[in-house]
Design a protein around this ligand. Structure first.
Ligand code: G4P
Length: 534
């Protein structure tokens, strides 16, 4: 079991759109032998898209809305790569996916440096001290000075940086990189269509072979740069990296396959195997015998002909065997997991065995929700840290045919369970309020409501600016609050009480009036909810 756990690397790639995440994913999968040909990730995407109508939005916009999981092997390591949607409107999904990884690769465009989405995603990783390896991409184009880029990462993200490799030239003059951790010179082979050479082991930077292989000025600049970099930056330290306080930086060009193998070596050697996971009251160690884990994503209606849903389940402890009986912590019910799937990059296969760090897909009819814990045996275990974020945009949803309100309710509940949106049912009034993180999600929802439920619905202004979950330890204060604010209160799909503020002033004012109440911007998905607002 220890062997299986220690060879797992469960990670995600975070990047601002266009930095090269898809390209890098593809090259990683190529090295891992998981795909045969470059272009397969996109091709696979096309196939998947063709299956589902609502993804028209995805296709039209050229963005990737849904996350998926890809498993591949390399150097006796088993990598689980969790794809995260790049578009900023879908960051909530991304945030949750990041709760299921043990490390991340941050891709930066060498010409652009840190961009808004890079920063946001980095902050999420930092919240959980997720260790990050940085890949500065597109070095085959005119990029910024490596010192500049590194100090931007250090100052902008407040993390120690250390060079993992050092670029030799850039743009048209990009010759390759010197691998500073393993002392190897890797050159870009222009004769073989700009791919990486095998790499040459060197005896440090003074190795005279550098002078034979590199033009004199390039060898001199490399030595000078590295001496300066080593003087300015701390050496790589495994513990500091694994604690999330240091990022080794690799340079390369994903499209030319350059630097990708070094990155993969870096991941294999340094990225942490599955870590203990926080649950209510204790940390769960991956080596524990009993199987346990949590759902971080639910994808519904992947096939419009079947109302199936796949719950993406991160295994945190124990050896999963097909058919194992797991207790569903929220309902207390037991379920035998017979038909779970593993996501090999080329296909899905039935999960006979899985180990901590692995992601399995459990088909279900709506019983599994984001944040749910499943555990073997009787322990009252609940994993923490899978958040629901207060939506930043709220709209009312109106049906063209009011007779079909029940169908609409079902659709909205499905989407809420899937985490695609949040739905609030006002305590007084009939129209549901739907909350999302970005405007684009409304378009996706309207398209899905039409395609999957044959309903024609419109979203319109709700006069609501912010939603906050309410918590209060004093039932008397809570009752007074509910009685005096009924028109601004709603329940979420779990029956938790939510305050819908008209604007910032309304929110502040109410907070001042009820100092004993907590107005929460996030809510743990897996809490048992006492319905307070009956
Ligand atoms: P994303 O998933 O992060 O959004 O980025 P993606 O990989 O789709 O890459 C964005 C664009 O950058 C693509 O060009 C891609 O070919 C290019 N690119 C990726 N890596 C490198 C690199 O190392 N060097 C250079 N020069 N370009 C790179 P595109 O024209 O938008 O798309 P496509 O038509 O090439 O697919």
């Amino acid at each position: 079991m220890l062997d299986e756990i220690s060879r797992r690397r469960t990670f995600a790639i975070i990047a601002h759109p266009d930095a090269g995440k898809t390209t890098l994913t593809e090259k990683l999968l190529l090295f891992g032998g998981a795909i045969q040909m470059a272009g397969a990730v996109k091709a696979r995407g096309e196939q998947r898209r063709a299956r589902s109508d609502w993804m028209k939005v995805e296709r039209e916009r050229g963005i990737s809305v849904t996350a998926s999981v890809m498993t591949f092997e390399y150097e006796n390591r088993c990598f689980n790569l969790l794809d995260t949607p790049g578009h900023e409107d879908f960051s909530e999904d991304t945030y949750r996916t990041l709760t299921a990884v043990d490390s991340a690769v941050m891709v930066i465009d060498g010409a652009k440096g840190i961009e808004t989405q890079t920063r946001k995603l980095f902050e999420v990783c930092r919240l959980r001290d997720v260790p990050i390896i940085t890949f500065v991409n597109k070095m085959d184009r005119e990029a910024r000075d490596p010192f500049d880029l590194m100090s931007e990462i250090e100052d902008g993200l407040q993390i120690h940086v250390t060079p993992g490799s050092w670029p030799i030239g850039m743009g048209r003059d990009f010759l390759g990189c010197y691998d500073l951790i393993n002392d190897r010179l890797v050159l870009m082979d222009r004769t073989l269509g700009d791919v990486a050479s095998e790499g040459l082991e060197c005896k440090g930077l003074d190795d005279p072979r550098l002078d034979q292989l590199l033009p004199a000025h390039a060898a001199a600049k490399l030595r000078e740069d590295v001496e300066m970099a080593r003087g300015l930056m701390p050496p790589f330290d495994l513990e500091t990296y694994r604690a999330g306080h240091m990022t080794p930086v690799f340079f390369g060009s994903a499209i030319n396959n350059f630097g990708v193998q070094e990155l993969l070596h870096g991941l294999a050697a340094y990225a942490p195997p599955p870590r203990p996971q926080p649950a209510d009251g204790r940390l769960v160690d991956p080596t524990e015998e009993k199987v346990s884990g949590f759902v971080f994503k639910v994808q519904a209606n992947m096939d419009p002909n079947h109302r199936d849903r796949i719950a993406f389940f991160r295994l945190c402890s124990g050896h999963f065997r097909r058919g194992v009986k797991l207790k569903h912590s929220r309902s207390g019910k037991s379920l035998a997991v017979n038909n779970a799937v593993l996501f090999m990059a080329r296909d899905r296969e039935l999960a006979e065995d899985a180990w901590p760090g692995d992601i399995i897909g459990i088909p279900n009819h709506g019983s599994l929700r984001i944040g749910d814990t499943l555990v073997e045996g009787n322990e009252e275990l609940r994993y923490t840290g899978v958040p629901s974020f207060a939506p930043e945009m709220l709209q009312r949803v109106r049906l063209d045919d009011p007779m079909r309100v029940k169908h609409l309710r079902k659709a909205l509940e499905h989407f809420a369970e899937e985490g695609a949106s949040q739905v609030f049912k006002p305590l007084s009034g009939a129209d549901w309020v739907v909350g999302v993180v970005g405007q684009l999600q409304f378009e996706v929802l309207a398209a899905r409501i039409e395609a999957e439920y044959s309903l024609s619905a419109r979203f319109e202004g709700a006069g609501v600016d912010a939603a906050r979950w309410i918590e209060c330890d004093d039932p008397v204060v809570l009752k007074t609050f509910i009685d005096s604010n009924r028109s601004a209160l709603a329940e979420d799909h779990d029956g938790a009480l939510v305050f819908l503020a008209r604007n910032a002033w309304h929110l502040n004012r109410t907070q001042e009036d009820f100092p004993a109440l907590r107005f929460l911007k996030t809510r743990e998905q897996n809490r048992k909810v006492e319905t307070t607002a009956a």
